[in-house]
Design a protein around this ligand. Structure first.
Ligand SMILES: *Cc1c(COP(=O)(O)O)cnc(C)c1O
Length: 361
């Protein structure tokens, strides 16, 4: 795709990236981690913020980076990143193993046959490996009975860390049951451990382990539906903004947008924003989703279309054509927009599309 630069883009939509906010959030994670080290989770292109941008901002402070894409990990090595790199889904095919050795990557092994394949590969270097244990998420991980065979296969061949992943650290189940299973599986072994995502790191000091794995909190999203990012001391890293490209008055009974899903019950003033689902704004965001126009809070009206959405200016008489519109970010937490749209900030961040130009905050 031919990608014009942000400075020449005519359409007013932009996504602003605040590297200082990212470092601030990392410092918050660091305070919660105390002596534990931090994998900065940068999978999915740094939760949609741009891998290079995120890694560059954190390069001086990160203990390591965790991601799922092998080609991205290799690109980081080639760009001179020296920290440990953790591949959260490990390898998909044993053919990838020589690349783990060549680039010094740490695989998460979550099936016993992967442990066997690693042993069979007889790599020329001793790799650090993470053994993922299934403690109740029931997605990836070894069963309790597989741990001893796995450790026997790896004896003298790899430096092993034990990890697990919590299903509901942000919710009512908490971590107690999974942590108890993990501790029982670990037994008397003195191997290092990695347990905590953002929610567990923020809520459960006992889950810090040796290496925590914060993701969303680095980007200024709250992992908890009932606690705001601001209350956690986190700052937004991504601000999606655009501008009003039309303003009109409508009468009671008039509809707005495709499907005529919104009908005015009184005379209204409506703004049209150059932002739609092809920019990554969620199409399922209903009328009433919060939005800022010239720094004032209002709501969306009608269906989100591919390139446009409409906002209510009825109570903002001074706002005019060209006014800045914040879809989420500074002044409007992505978590609130996500909640209104029935999703989570993670999904909003990852959804911003390639046609939106990035600028530094
Ligand atoms: C994505 C991921 C994380 C980070 O989770 P957040 O909720 O974003 O903090 C941690 N661990 C694993 C295994 C992950 O896949």
């Amino acid at each position: 795709m031919i990608r014009p630069s942000a400075t020449t883009a005519a359409r007013p939509i932009r996504v602003r990236f605040d590297a200082g906010a990212l470092r601030h959030n990392h410092a918050v994670a660091r305070r919660h981690a105390e002596a534990a080290r931090l994998w900065c989770v940068v999978k999915a292109d740094g939760y949609g913020h741009g891998l290079a941008r995120v890694v560059e901002a954190l390069a001086e402070v990160a203990d390591g980076f965790a991601l799922v894409e092998l080609e991205s990990a290799i690109a980081l090595r080639k760009a001179g990143i020296r920290q440990p790199l953790l591949l959260l889904e490990g390898f998909y095919d044993p053919k990838e193993l020589p690349l783990f050795a060549e680039f010094g990557l740490t695989p998460v092994l979550h099936r016993l046959d992967q442990v066997e394949a690693l042993r069979a590969a007889a790599l020329p270097v001793r790799l650090p490996v993470y053994l993922k244990l299934n403690t109740g998420m029931n997605r990836l991980g070894l069963a309790a009975a597989e741990l001893d065979p796995a450790l026997a296969l790896l004896a003298d061949r790899a430096d092993v860390t034990l990890m697990t992943h919590f299903a509901d650290a942000d919710g009512r189940h908490g971590i107690a049951e999974q942590r108890a299973r993990f501790l029982a599986m670990r037994g008397e072994r003195s191997l290092p451990v990695s347990l905590a995502n953002s929610a567990a790191l923020l809520r459960y000091p006992e889950a810090r382990g040796d290496w925590a794995r914060p993701g969303i909190m680095l980007y200024g999203g709250s992992p908890f539906s009932e606690i705001s990012a601001a209350a956690l001391g986190l700052l937004p890293v991504m601000t999606l903004e655009s501008a009003l490209i039309a303003v009109r008055d409508i009468s009671a009974g008039d509809h707005i947008g495709y499907g005529c899903t919104f009908t005015a019950d009184r005379p209204m003033r409506v703004g049209v924003v150059a932002c739609g689902y092809a920019d990554g704004y969620p199409r399922h965001a209903p009328s009433g989703t919060p939005v800022l126009v010239a720094g004032r809070r209002t709501r969306t009206l009608g269906r989100v279309s591919m390139d446009k959405l409409c906002v209510d200016l009825t109570d903002l008489p001074k706002v005019s054509l060209g006014a800045t519109v914040t879809l989420w970010g500074e002044g409007l937490p992505a978590d609130e927009v996500a909640a209104a749209a029935g999703t989570i900030s993670y999904e909003l961040f990852c959804a911003v599309t390639a046609r939106v130009p990035w600028v530094d905050a």
